[in-house]
Structures are given as C-alpha cells and as structure tokens.
Design a protein around this ligand. Structure first.
Ligand code: NI
Length: 214
C-alpha cells in the first residue's frame, strides 16, 4: 500500500472513531491538527509521512478519558494492519506517547523534528479563536464554571494538581497563556504568538465586560 493510501485509510479510521466526540477532541480537532502539522512541517523540512500519521492518530485514545498506554496501542494495531514498517510505527507511537500535556511541571521531551511539528500543531489548537472556543466547550462538557473571581489561578502545577480544574478563565492562566513559550519550531512560534495576542485581547474585553465597563 502506498503512503498516500495509508494516510487516507488512517484518516477514515480516525474519523469513524472520533466523530461526534463532545469534549473538543472530535474529528475536527484532529483535522485542524493535521492541517496545522502539514503547514508547519512543510516549512521545517521534516518527514511529512510520519507527521501526518502521528497528527491523525495523536488523540485516538486521549489520556483524559483512557489509560496512558491506550493511544499508542490502538495506533500500532491500526498501522500494523496496513503493513506500515516497524520503524515508522515506532516513531509514530513514540510521538503519540510523548504528546499529551499533563501540567507545566510534567513535560515530556519531544526528541525528533517530526514530533516537534506535531506537538506544535496540537498546541496551536489551544490558542487563538479556536483555543477559546475549545476551552469553553471542554468546560461545558466537564461542568466547570466560566469564571470564579475568588479562586485565583495556580502556578507551576504538577499533574495531580493540574487535573483538579477550577474555572475555564483560570485555565487560560494555568495553561493556555503559557503555551507560546513552549513552542518548539520557528514556524510554530510565529503562529502561536499571533494567537496568543488574540487571547490577551479577548481576556481584556472579558474582564471589562465582567465589571460592567464595556
Ligand atoms: Ni490533540
């Protein structure tokens, strides 16, 4: 099977698995990460085949809903069925395993260029207009409040603390606004900065409205 067909089959597999998922990790999240990854990867001189497979499969079993090892296992099973080489499978699974964000103190190191591209592409999803939409969609799914003025954002969280969510506005300060400094590729950094500024504008307006000043 050629690479193009394998990517197509992987896209169909992921789409069938995640369609209608309600927490912001649905097919369209994957679609956007895939497109972001193609955009960044093409400017970073990386292996687009590995990038595309990893981007498509990166949330196939997200840690918020399943055990840590489930994603790489499902991805491997799928790729083995399509006859993808062990070297590629190994690389893709490594990227998926290293990818998920578990609080700023629990960062795993992404070692390859392809992994850096996919990580940046996934992180862009938490930034900008899309990031804001996803933040509140996730909050609604979890039943979290939009904002609680008396509960301040926390700093330097380890995973156990990060899992205990307070409000979605706090989530901006505990994660979203920190992401621009964690981008790994030059292209990713540029895109992140633009989205970061948009979120800062959004928060200014939010607090003005909250106080009845706008
Ligand atoms: Ni993702």
């Amino acid at each position: 099977m050629n690479e193009e067909l394998i990517i197509e089959k992987t896209r169909d597999f992921v789409k069938a698995n995640l369609d209608g998922e309600g927490s912001g990790h649905d097919w369209w999240h994957i679609h956007k990460v895939w497109k972001n990854a193609c955009n960044i990867g093409s400017k970073e001189n990386a292996d687009m085949y590995v990038i595309q497979l990893a981007a498509l499969l990166h949330d196939i079993a997200d840690w918020k809903f399943h055990a840590d090892t489930e994603g790489p296992r499902v991805a491997r099973e799928h790729l083995e069925k399509l006859g993808v080489s062990e070297e590629i499978i190994e690389h893709v699974c490594k990227i998926i395993n290293t990818l998920s964000f578990k609080g700023i103190g629990s960062e795993k190191i992404m070692k390859t260029k392809e992994g850096m591209v996919v990580r940046d592409a996934d992180r862009l999803e938490a930034l900008g207009a899309i990031g804001i939409a996803r933040c509140f969609a996730y909050g609604g799914y979890k039943g979290n409040p939009i904002y609680v003025p008396s509960v301040k954002p926390r700093r330097d969280l380890i995973f156990e603390e990060y899992k205990r969510e307070t409000s979605q506005i706090n989530h901006f300060y505990e994660k979203l606004l920190l992401l621009k400094d964690l981008m790994l590729t030059d292209t990713g950094k540029k895109l992140a900065l633009k989205r970061h500024k948009f979120m800062e504008d959004y928060l200014r307006q939010f607090f003005d409205e909250w106080e009845g000043n706008a």
